[in-house]
Design a protein around this ligand. Structure first.
Ligand code: SF4
Length: 240
């Protein structure tokens, strides 16, 4: 009798969650983890003031992830509510980040609406989902996951055919193996002719000087970067 009762509760929970998802979809709500104003820490726009819209959920689980708090936490907001919050910071540069922003398909509309409103929009995506429906005005920072991320099999290489000159592909490198793999991928797909290339270290795992020396030894045409916010503030600090 007790087991049957627990079974009913479980079914009720599933139906309730499914209904909530449907309602959110109908209302075109996005689950937003945080919206904050900080310095752009990565990419060729590093150092510029920027508003960050961090969306909830991620379909990946990288070994070095530093935003696990964005996997589930967040509040439902409409596109209008998000844009009006962004406008309060009076800053033209906006980055949509996560988690993985493209898990929520409404993020595509959010980016378009921001572009229509005259914002300079960037998207940071993990590289496992298609970028084909993203507004051409958006600058895309696309990760290609290296072996030490544990997510190598999730890379969607079809995205390379769509990437634009002003977009950037980011490799987060945690070992010499990652570095060698990255060099092979750059050569195989002729990436340097297609877009900008960013090299980062896995924070706390690979010393930046090692990666810089490897880049110089091989004379690679890539941009080395540090996650600037981790040096300005405490490495684990949220909302910066
Ligand atoms: S894609 Fe980004 S947010 Fe998702 S697990 Fe990897 S590092 Fe974390």
């Amino acid at each position: 009798m007790i087991y049957r009762f627990k079974g009913y509760i479980a079914i009720f929970d599933i139906l309730y969650s499914a209904e909530k998802l449907l309602v959110r979809k109908e209302l075109r709500l996005l689950k937003v983890n945080e919206i904050y104003f900080s310095i752009q820490g990565e990419s060729s726009k590093a150092g510029l003031p920027c508003v960050f819209v961090r969306l909830t959920y991620c379909n990946l689980r990288c070994t070095y992830c530093d935003t696990e708090y964005a996997f589930y936490e967040g509040k439902d907001q409409s596109i209008d509510e998000i844009i009006s919050e962004v406008k309060k910071f009076n800053c033209n540069l906006v980055e949509i980040t996560g988690g993985e922003p493209l898990v929520q398909e409404e993020s595509i509309d959010l980016m378009k609406r921001l572009c229509d409103d005259g914002f300079d929009v960037m998207l940071e995506t993990g590289g496992s989902l298609s970028i084909k429906n993203i507004d051409e005005r958006v600058m895309i920072i696309l990760d290609l996951k290296t072996p030490s991320s544990g997510m190598l099999k999730k890379n969607l290489y079809d995205n390379i055919d769509i990437i634009k000159q002003r977009d950037e592909i980011k490799f987060v490198i945690g070992s010499r193996e990652d570095y060698e793999w990255t060099k092979e991928v750059i050569e195989k797909y002729n990436l340097t002719s297609k877009c900008g290339i960013l090299f980062s270290v896995v924070f706390g795992k690979l010393e930046p000087v090692k990666l810089v020396n490897w880049i110089l030894e091989d004379n690679l045409n890539v941009r080395f970067q540090l996650q600037m916010h981790k040096f300005i503030w405490e490495p684990g600090k949220k909302g910066v």
